[in-house]
Design a protein around this ligand. Structure first.
Ligand SMILES: *[C@@H]1O[C@H](CO)[C@@H](O)[C@H](O)[C@H]1NC(C)=O
Ligand SMILES: *[C@@H]1O[C@H](CO)[C@@H](O)[C@H](O)[C@H]1NC(C)=O
Ligand SMILES: *[C@@H]1O[C@H](CO)[C@@H](O)[C@H](O)[C@H]1NC(C)=O
Ligand SMILES: *[C@@H]1O[C@H](CO)[C@@H](O)[C@H](O)[C@H]1NC(C)=O
Ligand SMILES: *[C@@H]1O[C@H](CO)[C@@H](O)[C@H](O)[C@H]1NC(C)=O
Length: 428
């Protein structure tokens, strides 16, 4: 059904262009179906209907009293399709002046655009997009059209005379690339409004700024990479983050990333640096305690830790909840139960994971210039949550024989860390 090639789409991946590479329709989600009466071909129907739960898209082909072949399309319960599974079986009883040719049901957004063997959309085309001039609620738009090959779906929010409404349509890809919220593109009055582009059929039904990588993922950007999110819900305040699309269902926001072969970023740094974040978002970095606090307290988040040792073994642990308090409270660590673990090659018992057992939960964050009484941060050469120093510390220096292990059970006594990542994801 979708005919944009992946190759073409990948060239589209820009900051705010959300490109859906996958079809999301799940069995229980209500479908969007083409819905028209007496059209000469389903693909010329521009009306969309949102089905009731459990309904499917149908196409009905018939010959009218003039001998013309016409189509009806819309939503129906699946049993409707049992009327005539036999092609061409006339159901003259169902109508006085027409001959039923075919009734066909399908499951998938706008799948009835080529029902009953009617001509499909051209194979070279852009996505099918919602297309409404002015709607106060963009999810109520019920007209759509197929875009040209060089276009994608677009939706933006307009503020005019103190009123707010949405406009959706096809838009040239290049224009989408330039059209970012907060940029000076277009007319000034749009500057503070939402604008979003996406590349799959019927993807432009809402105009929400992504708050985190879960939203990025849901918008269809499944590739691991650096994206803009809007945790402050302000289009003029984007934050660049790395999103992990490949692990555990995707949608993870990276809050810490370190690799041994990129040692230049110093993790023995100040309170202010940990507060604001430091390093290179594509490489070694700490996202920033203020932002981690904002993200993890605005929703429920889980934490996923990825470690790789220099011997090549990898270790993963997932905790079902994670948050840190605000600066005034010392960025205190809240951590739920360990929910999933994994290790390659060697069996490892995460059951007594030190991140919990070492009473690290509910400890505040420390840096050398904001240290605890026993100066754990200065001794361990890193900002972290310390009690009487610690047996878990992903920010510890790589090579130095520092006081404590990186992760007591798995990376300690002669083993070194090759790579680590801490990722968070919204639980709902
Ligand atoms: C359609 O007919 C088949 C075969 O008679 C039956 O098994 C199926 O349950 C019917 N489906 C619906 C939705 O009624
Ligand atoms: C559609 O066309 C195919 C091949 O031409 C045929 O086998 C099939 O029965 C047709 N289906 C309908 C619903 O007309
Ligand atoms: C987190 O989930 C709990 C229920 O499990 C709920 O009561 C609470 O409001 C949620 N917190 C946030 C910030 O969404
Ligand atoms: C966390 O520590 C604070 C300050 O010491 C204390 O007031 C609070 O009760 C602790 N919370 C838990 C869950 O232990
Ligand atoms: C971390 O930096 C502080 C301040 O420069 C220094 O006093 C401390 O020795 C360093 N710690 C390590 C383990 O390098």
């Amino acid at each position: 059904m979708a005919t944009l090639s992946i190759g073409k789409l990948s060239s589209l991946v820009g900051l705010l262009i959300s490109v859906n590479l996958y079809n999301y329709v799940e069995a229980k989600e209500p479908l969007f179906c083409l819905s028209c009466s007496s059209v000469i071909s389903p693909r010329h129907c521009h009306n969309i209907r949102k089905c009731e739960e459990g309904q499917v898209c149908y196409t009905e082909k018939y010959t009218n009293y003039n001998g013309e072949i016409l189509y009806n399309t819309g939503c129906h319960s699946p049993s409707f399709c049992n009327l005539t599974n036999v092609v061409g079986s006339p159901l003259e009883a169902s109508s006085n002046n027409r001959i039923e040719q075919c009734v066909e049901c399908c499951h998938g957004n706008a799948c009835n655009s080529h029902g009953c063997n009617s001509t499909a959309y051209p194979s070279v085309r852009g996505p099918l997009c919602f297309s409404c001039q002015q709607t106060t609620d963009p999810s109520l738009c019920r007209t759509a059209r197929v875009c040209n090959e060089d276009e994608v779906c677009h939706i933006h929010e307009v503020h005019e005379f103190g009123e707010r409404f949405y406009s959706s349509s096809c838009l040239q890809r290049q224009i989408c690339d330039a059209y970012r919220p907060g940029s000076a593109f277009g007319r000034k009055r749009y500057v503070h409004a939402c604008s979003s582009c996406c590349g799959t059929d019927l993807c432009n039904s809402n105009c929400k700024l992504p708050v985190d990588c879960s939203d990025i993922y849901q918008n269809g950007q499944h590739q691991t990479g650096v994206y803009s999110i809007y945790p402050y819900k302000d289009p003029n305040r984007p934050v660049r983050v790395k999103c992990e699309g490949a692990v555990l269902g995707g949608g993870w926001t990276v809050i810490q990333s370190r690799a041994r072969d990129n040692p230049r970023v110093d993790f023995n740094t100040t309170w202010q640096a940990y507060k604001d974040g430091f390093g290179n978002i594509n490489g070694n970095h700490w996202l920033g305690n203020d932002l981690i606090h904002l993200l993890t307290t605005s929703n429920n988040y889980s934490l996923y830790i990825k470690m790789k040792a220099t011997d090549g073994n990898t270790y993963w642990a997932e905790y079902d909840s994670f948050s840190i308090s605000n600066e005034a409270d010392g960025y205190r660590l809240h951590l739920g139960h360990i929910s999933r673990t994994y290790s390659s090659n060697v069996p490892v018992n995460f059951g007594s994971d030190e991140f919990r057992d070492h009473s690290i939960v509910n400890q505040t964050f420390y840096t050398f210039d904001h240290d605890n009484a026993v100066k754990c941060s200065a001794q361990c050469g890193s900002g972290w949550w310390y009690r009487s120093c610690t047996t878990t510390n992903l920010n510890a220096p790589f090579n130095e024989i520092h006081r404590d292990s990186v992760w007591y059970n798995v990376i300690s006594s002669g083993k070194f860390l090759q790579f680590s990542e801490m990722l968070v994801k919204r639980s709902v």
